[in-house]
Write a protein of this length. Structure first.
Length: 120
């Protein structure tokens, strides 16, 4: 798989935006992997509860608040994605700066809106 989206902060709860995002990404036939607090599954996407050594992550879409993101700074930078999307409530200027220093695009946006407007 290439051009994979990593949903970070994934949840099996169908009311959570991360869950809805996984379903919409799958509906658009986009490759998705997920990491959350607990293992689980959304459609056919397995949610891991530990960092994985993914090779071809294009986009990381964040569903973690800024405090929880700190544990993932070096991990995300090491994945070297093309971009990181900061969904509403995840904005973090400290991390944005770190990403930019590592030539990774930081986008403050909503994955669901980007998908629904064909801007993803």
């Amino acid at each position: 798989m290439k051009n994979i989206t990593l949903v970070l902060g994934a949840s099996t709860n169908p009311n959570r935006y991360s869950n809805i995002a996984i379903k919409r990404l799958v509906d658009r036939n986009l490759a998705v992997v997920a990491i959350g607090l607990r293992k689980g599954k959304v459609l056919e996407v397995v949610i891991d509860d530990e960092k994985q050594d993914y090779k071809t992550i294009d986009t990381v879409t964040l569903y973690l608040n800024s405090k929880r993101q700190e544990a993932y700074y070096s991990y995300i930078i090491a994945l070297n994605p093309r971009r990181v999307i900061f969904n509403p409530g995840t904005e973090n200027m400290e991390f944005v700066k770190l990403l930019q220093e590592n030539n990774i695009e930081a986008e403050i946006a909503c994955t669901l809106v980007l998908l629904s407007t064909n801007q993803y």
